[in-house]
Design a protein around this ligand. Structure first.
Ligand SMILES: Cc1cc2nc3c(=O)[nH]c(=O)nc-3n(C[C@H](O)[C@H](O)[C@H](O)COP(=O)(O)OP(=O)(O)OC[C@H]3O[C@@H](n4cnc5c(N)ncnc54)[C@H](O)[C@@H]3O)c2cc1C
Length: 451
């Protein structure tokens, strides 16, 4: 990579104008660290464009001067791809418009810098569902979840981000704008270029906006935590759940005892979700468009699983507080690993990624693959040193309610209101008690035997 020359930096500042950049090390510093403190980067300049045209202007200057860019959204990525190591940092946080929400064709077009949560809220305000959901959704941006091809917790029913994008607008490495904001579902014309940009982690261009698929709001939702002896049982249970509910499984999250232990030890306001302490847990969420139908489907599924000896402990959430508590022990799995110093990563991914892996390539340089994402191997290591940066990604302000018939009242912020300097605050921790009412054990040993 060529280090940005003084002339290039002057040209970039001039292209974006006042308020579109900062070279103040104190302002840039919070955006140079991955939130688990595993990677610490450096950059001479942070750009904060407010429009696609400004992104294009910046990329054109970089192409002319043959310098590299690292695009960054919410800085929640877990493999360090958003951290610059000498490159210009291009933050999309000010690309904030919800361009349109059109329930009649179940689609909406939003700019890259709005958060995933804001996208969900924009859909809910039109009585539609944008289904991608993950623990960092209060901070992760649409551009980021597209660029990492995020999966989240509803993949089984709705697919990955790759399945949820109808069209993309992006600035390519020469500064040209690729306008692929299509919304036609049955589109069989030629190459599907947007699919190259999804999951590319900024190596092929800067995503500036996307047209996303919307879905009907589900009218009932049932959530259960099940204890299991082995992952094989989970596979059997998942197969049954899918067959018996006709595709009603929205989430099926397998967790190991060690991860649960980290959550219980390191995250306030959490407690063991079941009476027993099984080696494996699975959080199941069933949904239906019919009011009440998800609850009866969950009862049938667990009764059958119990009677056939597949499971021996489970609890169904009886209210939103219990449901939130079940999700909390799932969603805090990443944050709970931070104080332990370990991660569900291969040892090789623990090094800072080389700069060429994370940059938008200048014309003529071949894009390279970014660092690998998680594998299932737990590596133990020494605790990482704490740094001054205290923040974690903001998560859900509360998961979608069990019956999401009421549109959310919180509208996304208007365009161009994000402040480049404002850091996400620490993840919202619910002040509710874990159990405001007893959870209903579903055929746990103690319940069945009365012991
Ligand atoms: C607590 C937690 C839970 C998570 N749970 C899940 C989960 O369940 N499933 C799952 O799949 N993932 C999960 N993730 C990972 C999550 O998908 C990513 O952190 C998120 O998608 C990144 O979004 P971001 O806006 O923060 O992007 P950043 O972290 O800023 O960037 C991520 C990558 O995308 C690139 N990029 C960002 N914006 C753009 C853009 N506009 N154009 C081009 N490139 C861009 C960056 O250069 C970088 O390579 C989780 C993360 C956290 C912190």
């Amino acid at each position: 990579m060529t280090a940005p020359s003084p002339a290039a930096l002057v040209a970039l500042k001039s292209a974006l104008g006042d308020g579109g950049w900062t070279d103040d090390p104190a302002e840039i510093a919070p955006w140079l660290t991955e939130w688990r403190n595993r990677w610490h980067g450096h950059s001479p300049l942070m750009l904060t464009p407010r429009s696609t045209a400004q992104v294009a202007a910046a990329v054109r200057v970089c192409a002319e001067h043959r310098i590299a860019i690292v695009p960054q959204g919410g800085d929640t990525g877990l493999v360090g791809g958003q951290i610059p190591f000498g490159e210009v940092l291009l933050s999309t946080r000010k690309l904030r418009a919800v361009r349109d929400v059109t329930p009649l064709d179940d689609a909406m077009t939003v700019e890259a810098g709005i958060t995933l949560l804001e996208a969900q809220q924009a859909a809910a305000a039109a009585d539609r569902l944008f289904p991608l959901s993950l623990a960092a959704e209060g901070t992760a941006t649409i551009g980021g979840v597209i660029s990492t091809n995020a999966g989240g917790t509803a993949v089984l029913r709705y697919g990955m981000m790759r399945d949820l994008v109808l069209g993309i607008e992006a600035v390519m490495p020469d500064g040209e704008v690729f306008n692929g904001l299509k919304r036609l579902r049955k589109d069989n014309t030629g190459y599907d270029l947007k699919q190259l940009l999804i999951g590319a982690e900024g190596t092929l261009g800067v995503v500036t906006a996307a047209t996303l698929k919307l879905f009907p709001v589900m009218r009932s939702r049932a959530t259960a935590m099940v204890g299991l002896d082995a992952p094989g049982t989970a596979i059997e249970l998942l197969a049954r759940a899918r067959a018996e509910t006709g595709g009603g499984v929205e989430a099926f999250e397998l967790m190991k005892r060690i991860g649960m232990g980290f959550v219980l030890a390191n995250i306030p306001d959490t407690r063991e979700p079941l009476d027993s302490t099984p080696p494996w847990y699975v959080l199941i969420e069933l949904v239906s468009g019919e009011p009440g139908a998800a609850d009866s489907a969950m009862e049938r599924l667990l009764t059958h699983a119990f009677e056939t000896g597949l499971i021996n402990d489970a609890a169904i959430a009886q209210n939103e507080a219990q449901r939130a508590a079940f999700w909390k022990v799932r969603e805090e799995q990443s944050a709970a690993q931070k104080p332990e110093g370990g991660g569900w990563k291969p040892t090789s991914s623990r090094k800072p990624p080389p700069p060429s892996n994370v940059s938008t390539p200048v014309p003529g340089s071949a894009p390279s693959a970014t660092s690998a994402t998680a594998t299932s191997t737990m590596t133990s290591c020494a605790p990482l040193a704490a740094t001054a940066r205290p923040s974690s990604p903001a998560g859900r302000k509360g998961r979608r309610s069990s019956t999401t018939s009421s549109p959310a009242t919180t509208a996304p912020s208007p365009p161009n209101t994000a402040s480049a300097g404002s850091r996400p605050t620490r993840r919202v921790v619910t002040s509710r008690r874990w159990k405001s009412a007893p959870c209903r054990p579903f055929g746990s040993r103690s319940t069945r035997t009365g012991s």
